[in-house]
Write a protein that binds this ligand. Structure first.
Ligand SMILES: [Zn+2]
Length: 344
């Protein structure tokens, strides 16, 4: 019985597949982000995170050997995938030790670039810090799988998706800058350095979509039933551009159907998260930004923030949401309208 019904099913599916798409293709001129979001896969996210959150990278402490190894890993990934340099003929933006008042060794942001087809001078930044807090006195490695291995591998997959679109003639109209920043754990220093030494003028920077910890179910949602755990916190979306907020909501409704939780975006939110990740160095310069976050948990800033605790299906969906939003911001006819005020 099972076999029979399966084969009937597959005949029906074959018939459906062979007749429909051709007719549809001719009508449908604009390619949807859904086509490329598929390339953001659980398998690849898992493979990259297993690497970058392994002991080999020694907790990726700013200026230390493990962080530099991670920068090399990211650079070689972009090179292998033939994704463009973000800084002239290099993937690296060097930050001298003097910028850190010599408290840390020199360090580097890692940048990759996908040039826009129609408005290449307008830049959509996708950022995530790749540094973490290193190793403690007892030799425990802080792997930082969620913080922020999750955001790091999300960027790798989003870059691949945009690059695939570009290679098939469907690249974004505006340029995409993939920005892996260092020094976040030391006080948002890598993104601060970039904002003070931008490779692409800030006045041409349309938006920053920043990912910092999107791989877990936090303490709040952990108490809820499993079917209520498909969520993500969005912080900052409406502060500078109501249009950006609307895009986020619409893209989510169209493609990912996560529960968008804005509770950390409230102005009187005591944790003040809006000021506490790398997007703020863009937002303070009037650039509409969103901070994507899945919240805090018991392993936050502990050696137990490890890859085995990551929910990869959720990490995939959340990464896809960021991609869908970036796609819309990069492809819509007009640049995002800024209608909010910079907050200090
Ligand atoms: Zn952290």
């Amino acid at each position: 019985m099972e076999k029979l019904s399966l084969s009937i099913l597959s005949i029906i599916m074959l018939m459906a597949c062979s007749s429909h798409p051709k007719e549809q293709k001719q009508e449908d001129k604009s390619v949807s982000s859904a086509e490329y979001a598929k390339s953001i896969s659980v398998e690849e996210l898992k493979a990259y995170l297993t690497e970058i959150a392994s002991d080999k990278y020694q907790g990726r402490d700013t200026g230390e050997a493990g962080q530099k190894k991670a920068a090399e890993y990211l650079s070689s990934y972009y090179s292998k995938n033939e994704i463009g340099f973000g800084n002239g003929d290099s993937y690296l933006q060097k930050i001298p030790s003097s910028y850190f008042n010599n408290k840390y060794n020199d360090s580097e942001n890692v940048l990759a670039f996908i040039e826009g087809s129609e408005k290449p001078e307008e830049i959509v930044v996708l950022s995530a810090h790749y540094d973490h807090v290193g190793v403690d006195d007892k030799g425990n490695v802080y792997n930082g799988a969620d913080d922020n291995g999750s955001g790091t591998v999300a960027l790798m997959e989003i870059a691949e998706a945009f690059n695939l679109a570009k290679n098939q003639g469907n690249g974004p109209k505006r340029s995409i800058l993939i920005l892996h920043v260092t020094g976040e754990e030391k006080g948002l220093l890598g993104s601060k350095f970039y904002s003070e030494n931008p490779i692409y003028p800030l006045k041409n920077t349309v938006s920053d979509l920043n990912i910092d910890m999107i791989g877990r179910v936090d303490t709040n949602y952990g108490k809820k039933p499993k079917d209520k755990q498909e969520y993500i916190y969005l912080i900052g979306a409406d502060r500078l551009s109501t249009e950006l907020h609307k895009i986020a909501v619409t893209q989510n409704e169209l493609f990912t159907n996560l529960n968008l939780d804005f509770s950390y975006n409230a102005e009187d939110e005591p944790m003040r998260l809006y000021y506490r990740s790398d997007h703020y160095n863009f937002a303070k310069n009037g650039i509409p930004s969103i901070f994507f976050f899945s919240g805090l948990h018991d392993d936050y800033h502990k050696p137990t923030d490890t890859t085995d605790k990551i929910n990869f299906e959720l990490l995939q969906k959340r990464s896809q949401l960021v991609f869908h939003i970036a796609w819309e911001v990069a492809n819509r006819k007009d640049r995002l309208i800024v209608d909010g005020k910079v907050e200090e």
